[in-house]
Design a protein around this ligand. Structure first.
Ligand code: A2P
Length: 345
């Protein structure tokens, strides 16, 4: 098998570090590896496959003459906006973890279990976008149910971990917990979030929009239909909770008027979907929780039940590791499909 030269932009961040871990675990065919970050971290070492590799500063010309095949970007939208084009010009495919390119009609937005065929459009721009973390784990559950019954509407409330705000977000939760146990929580000034996140929940993720929703909620609404090639209604309420790194979602799915949901059949198609695991046994206290999925690559689903009033409505509960399924693992799975496409042609 060929080996591929890989650049990771944001190599010192929560997602960048996880990309190295997932590449090692999945035995990704890495040739050369170029870890990139800001000038602050240039010169630091990252460990990969038993070797120490020096982090370099991301600059406009750092990709020149390096023969990079795949460049993962995970350093924020403004960095992708400014630097992705230099990686593309140097001949790499960019797999971008930020929201910057996601709704660009020339950029495929990929969840490999759901719309792998769209990867072929990568040549239009040289860029493949990795969707929003909450969207990825939701569409992995919607896809088999949409194929089964045809979705008309989705209402989702999220319980999102602090990892969605990067290392700074996770560190803030830990510092606030430490301050709480030292009886000093009142003195701690939140920086990553608008309010204290320890012992609290915050119904506000990303910037408010004029329509009363937040940008995070609009990402879930817009990205879902782009990935699924669908046009059903979606409404989202996104909430930050004091969890380190797995997002949970309560999802209500409305099918066409004539559908009479068979819950066993719904459970079956969910359980059989790639990378989804059904954990649904209330009598034995078995259902997905953040501690179930953290540090794994599964999207867990449980609490599958029919609405008490309408035969065409189903309620489910989905959980997945935000840094892995919602970011690093999805990016690596995209890269694996991209490689297969190159090797098949
Ligand atoms: P650095 O550690 O040098 O600041 P997280 O999402 O966990 O907050 O991580 C953000 C990642 O994006 C880090 O690797 C960070 O590098 C990187 N980053 C932030 N600003 C820049 C920049 N101006 N140029 C390159 N990388 C950046």
């Amino acid at each position: 098998m060929s080996r591929y030269s890989i650049a990771v932009v944001g190599a010192t961040g929560a997602v960048g570090e996880e990309i190295f871990r997932v590449m090692e675990e999945l035995d990704f065919p890495v040739g050369e590896l170029l870890p990139l970050a800001s000038a602050r971290s240039a010169g630091e070492q990252i460990e990969f496959a038993g070797k120490s590799i020096r982090v370099e500063e991301l600059t406009e010309d750092v990709f020149e003459g390096r023969d990079i095949d795949i460049a993962f970007f995970s350093a924020g939208g403004s960095i992708s906006e400014k630097y992705a084009k230099y990686a593309v010009e140097a001949g790499a495919v960019v797999i971008d973890n930020t929201s910057y390119f996601r709704m660009d009609p020339n950029v495929p937005l990929i969840v490999p279990e759901v719309n792998p065929e769209d990867i072929a459009l990568w040549r239009e721009s040289g860029i493949i976008a990795n969707p929003n973390c909450s969207t990825i784990q939701m569409v992995q559950l919607l896809k088999p149910l949409h194929d089964l019954y045809g979705i008309k509407r989705v209402d989702v409330s999220t319980y999102q971990a602090t990892s969605g705000a990067g290392k700074e977000g996770m560190e803030e939760l830990v510092k606030e917990m430490q301050a709480f146990f030292a009886f000093k929580l009142g003195e701690y000034k939140p920086e990553a979030f608008a309010h204290q996140i320890a012992l609290n929940v915050i119904p506000h993720i990303d910037v408010p929009q004029e329509n009363g929703y937040t940008k995070e909620e609009m990402k879930m609404i817009n990205e879902t239909n782009k990935i699924m090639h669908s046009d059903f209604a979606v409404s989202a309420t996104c909430v930050r909770v004091p969890v380190l790194r797995s997002h949970s979602e309560s999802i209500t799915i409305t099918f066409g008027e004539d559908v009479d949901v068979d819950v066993d059949r719904a459970r079956e198609v969910l359980a059989n979907f790639e990378n989804v695991e059904l954990i649904d046994d209330m009598n034995n206290n078995e259902y997905p929780m953040p501690i179930t999925t953290t540090d794994t690559d599964i999207t867990a689903v449980g609490r599958v039940r029919k609405d008490l009033y309408s035969d065409n409505i189903l309620h489910i509960w989905g959980v997945a590791d935000q840094i892995r399924v919602g970011a690093a693992t999805n990016s690596i799975r995209i890269a694996q499909k991209w490689i297969k496409l190159q090797e098949d042609n």
